[in-house]
Design a protein around this ligand. Structure first.
Ligand SMILES: O=C[C@H](O)COP(=O)(O)O
Length: 214
């Protein structure tokens, strides 16, 4: 299972969480990575953890202000990027542009979507993976695998119907090892989570509990 920890803009210490992700990754067959804010990418990547960006823009070098250029994100140490998170929503054409920009910079891509219909559209853009996240469950601690398991299974079917090479992750409310196992049983190849680790008093313990049953 791929466990991608999005730090969003939570007021955690990104380097401390990154070190916890790096160290717990050494103890498990699961693949763990962390997505800090853009301003923290370089410091996080220096820990040796697998580092992802939270966003890249559909732009190239040039006259753009306030954007995240895929090449700069890669130079800062990221190996992948989220695109179209529910908290950073994009138009379909711009999602397509960001996937292409990420590919140009050799960044792995996870395109997020709210529901299975959107997952089908996202998969058609040829990312490495898609992540289904019902927005109403984000940050609630109620896992999507429990509250709405059909969403995960339907997302897996929708992606497979478009492109069987595209992996499916699920996210929203995931905070325990049982949640991760349940996601896998529904067909997801990974999970996208944030508050369960970024807001934990002890991120290492939270991560260890996440991967323990895997
Ligand atoms: O990117 C992560 C997702 O929005 C899930 O967030 P959450 O784990 O706090 O529910």
């Amino acid at each position: 299972m791929f466990v991608l920890v999005n730090l969003k803009t939570y007021p955690c210490d990104p380097v401390a969480v990154a070190e916890a992700v790096r160290d717990v990754n050494e103890t498990t067959d699961a693949r763990l990575a962390v997505a800090p804010q853009a301003a923290h990418l370089e410091r996080v990547a220096e820990t040796g953890v697998e580092t992802w960006a939270q966003h890249v823009d559909p732009i190239d070098y040039g006259s753009n202000t306030g954007h995240a250029l895929a090449e700069s994100v890669a130079e800062a140490g990221a190996v992948g990027t989220l695109i179209n998170h529910s908290e950073q929503r994009m138009k379909l054409a711009d999602i397509d542009g960001s996937v292409q920009a990420a590919r140009r910079a050799d960044l792995e891509t996870v395109v997020c979507a709210n529901n299975p219909a959107q997952i089908g559209a996202a998969a058609a853009l040829g990312p490495d993976a898609v992540a289904v996240e019902p927005p109403e469950l984000i940050g609630t601690g109620t896992p999507v695998s429990q509250a709405d398991p059909d969403v995960v299974e339907d997302a897996v079917d929708a992606a497979a119907g478009v492109d069987s090479e595209v992996s499916v992750l699920c996210g929203a409310g995931i905070s325990t090892g049982d949640d991760v196992v349940a996601a896998g049983e529904l067909g997801a190849e990974g999970v996208l989570l944030a508050s369960g680790v970024a807001k934990a008093d002890d991120p290492t313990a939270a991560l260890e509990a996440l991967v323990d049953p895997l």
